[in-house]
Design a protein around this ligand. Structure first.
Ligand SMILES: *Cc1c(COP(=O)(O)O)cnc(C)c1O
Length: 491
């Protein structure tokens, strides 16, 4: 008999610390550093560029030998922690970013400790995600039979929702056969102001981005419903197959609110899937003030939205909610032998979440969502939504009252787009000037708005999805913009 082979020199030692006491000490110090970082969010500059030496350090060779926990912690503190995006700061106004909460640090730490895989099976984490799904149904008045999934964000949620729509509306087994061109091209609709994730979804589904019709908007940047009908009629007359419309409770550029009820009517009339890109806009519907203007949301076939934006859950966490559970599951399920469910034991827990989206292995994102909703409650989150909208409206008033500033679009919600103007300066030069102001502001560390184009002109875009922002931050922003603008105009 040959002796069983033994491993190399190292005995069968795990990757766990050899000295747990020392590991605990380090971990506690790191937790303190994390909390210091959050507690100090208001005092730091919003953003600072990553220094060259840090970039160099972060472009090092593949580590063949371990450097040990203490060294990596040290590197993390020196090289990573100080150079965050800045969205935990009250004057981070760029794009649409949530601000995170200290509670998220606890939830993320626990999720790491459990290291759960939520692809399926029967374990505690599954019931946490089911709880979150149930809460989301209640949030948007969806029936108990609706299904959902916690995902990385609205981009993936949109891909899942519109894949279900395609499967449901194609009229043949599109999963098995792929797209049949002879059946008439599948086409969909959204407004010209919609987020690019809708177009990217059309691309990824193999439909082509041109199959997504960018319907014209009205003067307030809302989808023109007459133009939507006309586009559908034209496509039907051409023998194409319209299958879905995506509405926005808040457009990303200016926060314009589409008439979702009217879109729902059109979808009903033509038998189309009604999808809502509610990334941050859907969260406004939690507030009594905005809910009436968004009541069409409850009529959607699917809603995509983010927890990591206006619900302040740490990145990344979004959600897809689908009215018809069967339509959702049929678009994704595929269970070979090695993924068969058992009537009991760990392989129970049917249906498995892997049947509702592209991911088989799935992390425990649901925990931080569960934690945040329980910790703060919907009422409090809705209050913060209203605070932010009031701040945006206040900023709009400051802009309108200032001779050097001009509002670029109405302030419908939480976004205020404006620009610094100099009488007599050509549009091109004004565009450059406003881009310069934004870059200067970001580099100064005072505030971080972004830019966008509305009606072809560059605007300073201030999005407020931040529970730390105050009205005083608006005054400070305007002061800084005007100072930088006047200085740049002189140069
Ligand atoms: C942010 C955003 C998206 C994309 O969401 P991610 O979470 O970044 O994937 C889609 N639509 C709108 C309106 C958004 O603001």
């Amino acid at each position: 008999m040959t002796s069983p082979s033994t491993g190399p020199d190292t005995p069968e030692q795990s990757l766990d610390p050899q000295d747990w006491a020392e590991f605990r000490r380090l971990s506690h110090a790191m937790l303190d550093a994390a909390l210091d970082h959050m507690q100090g969010a208001t005092e730091r500059p919003v953003w600072k560029p990553v220094p060259e030496e840090v970039k160099t350090a972060l472009a090092g060779p593949l580590p063949m030998e371990g450097q040990g926990t203490a060294q990596v912690c040290e590197d993390l503190i020196q090289q990573v922690l100080p150079y965050a995006t800045g969205n935990t700061h009250p004057r981070f106004f760029g794009w649409v970013h949530g601000a995170g909460t200290p509670g998220g640090v606890i939830a993320e730490t626990m999720a790491a400790a459990m290291n759960a895989n939520l692809g399926g099976r029967d374990h505690g984490a599954i019931y946490v995600e089911r709880q979150v799904i149930d809460w989301c149904r209640q949030l948007f008045d969806f029936p108990e039979t609706a299904s959902g999934l916690v995902v990385s964000g609205t981009s993936v949620a949109t891909l899942i929702a519109l894949t279900a729509a395609r499967h449901q509306k194609a009229g043949y087994d599109v999963r098995r056969e792929g797209i049949r061109p002879e059946e008439g091209r599948l086409v969909g609709y959204t407004s010209a102001e919609a987020h690019s994730c809708v177009a990217r979804t059309f691309d990824m589904m193999g439909l082509g981005m041109e199959a997504l019709r960018n319907v014209a908007v009205d003067a307030d940047y809302r989808m023109d419903i007459g133009a939507l009908r006309a586009a559908i009629e034209a496509d039907l007359a051409a023998g194409l197959k319209p299958f879905c419309v995506t509405g926005s409770p808040a457009t990303v550029n200016s926060g314009a609110i589409d008439d979702l009820d009217a879109i729902a009517d059109v979808c009903q009339e033509y038998g189309l899937w009604f999808h809502v890109d509610g990334a941050f806009g859907a969260v406004a519907a939690l507030s009594e003030t905005f809910r009436p203007r968004m009541k069409g949301i409850a009529r959607a076939d699917s809603i995509a939205f983010d927890f990591h934006k206006w619900m302040h859950v740490q990145y990344d966490a979004g959600f897809v909610l689908i009215r018809d559970e069967a339509a959702h599951r049929e678009a994704f399920t595929l269970r070979p032998e090695y993924l068969t469910a058992a009537p009991r034991g760990l392989a129970g827990g049917n249906p498995w979440f892997c049947e509702y989206g592209p991911e088989l292995s799935r992390g425990f994102r649901a925990l931080k969502v569960w934690f945040a909703l329980k910790e703060h409650g919907i009422k409090r989150i809705a209050e913060k939504v209203e605070d932010n909208c009031r701040q945006a409206a206040y900023l709009g008033q400051l802009v309108q009252a200032h001779p050097d500033l001009e509002l670029s679009a109405p302030v419908a919600l939480n976004i205020c787009c404006f620009r610094f103007v100099v009488p007599g300066l050509a549009v091109e030069d004004l565009n450059t000037l406003n881009s310069e102001i934004v870059m200067d502001l970001q580099e100064s560390g005072v505030a971080a708005p972004s830019t966008t184009k509305l009606g072809g002109v560059t605007s300073i875009r201030v999005n407020i999805t931040n529970h730390r922002t105050t009205t005083a931050d608006m005054d400070l922003l305007v002061k800084a913009v005007v100072e930088l603008g006047r200085q740049a105009a002189r140069d």
